[in-house]
Structures are given as C-alpha cells and as structure tokens.
Design a binder for this molecule. Structure first.
Ligand SMILES: [Zn+2]
Ligand SMILES: [Zn+2]
Length: 75
C-alpha cells in the first residue's frame, strides 16, 4: 500500500495535500494567548494569566482587604 504525506491544519484538523494550503487554512483564527509563566497554563486574557499566579505573595495588605470590602458594598 502506498502512503503519502498530508498536511493537517493544527487548528481545525482539516487535511491538505499542500502544506501551504494547510498553513493558510485557519490563518485568520490565529489569536494571542497569554501563558502564566509560573504554572504554564495558557489563558485567553492577559488579566487572567496575570491573576493566575501573581508575582507577589497571596497575602493581601490591609489596604487591599479594605478596598475589596468597599468594592463588594458597591456591587
Ligand atoms: Zn483549519
Ligand atoms: Zn499560574
């Protein structure tokens, strides 16, 4: 049995005989993602990635606790 190389779009899995067709397939679908450099989980939003493993330790300052409490009151 003969075999042949196929080229698979890494996004949608569509198969192509031509590698340039495959690389053109989902080109508009390419989007930026943000990786948490601590745990290497990829997030769609930069805020999510920043919040995943903040550089600073998790202990909030009294000021931050106060601010968070005030935000909760206004929501
Ligand atoms: Zn595709
Ligand atoms: Zn993380």
């Amino acid at each position: 049995m003969r075999s042949r190389a196929m080229y698979k779009c890494g996004n949608c899995g569509e198969l192509y005989e031509d590698d340039s067709d495959a690389s053109d397939c989902c080109r508009p679908a390419v989007y930026d993602v943000w990786e948490c450099t601590t745990c290497h989980v990829v997030h769609k939003l930069q805020e999510e990635a920043d919040a995943c493993h903040p550089d600073q330790p998790a202990m909030p300052t009294p000021e931050e606790l106060e601010a968070a409490g005030q935000q909760r009151l206004f929501q």
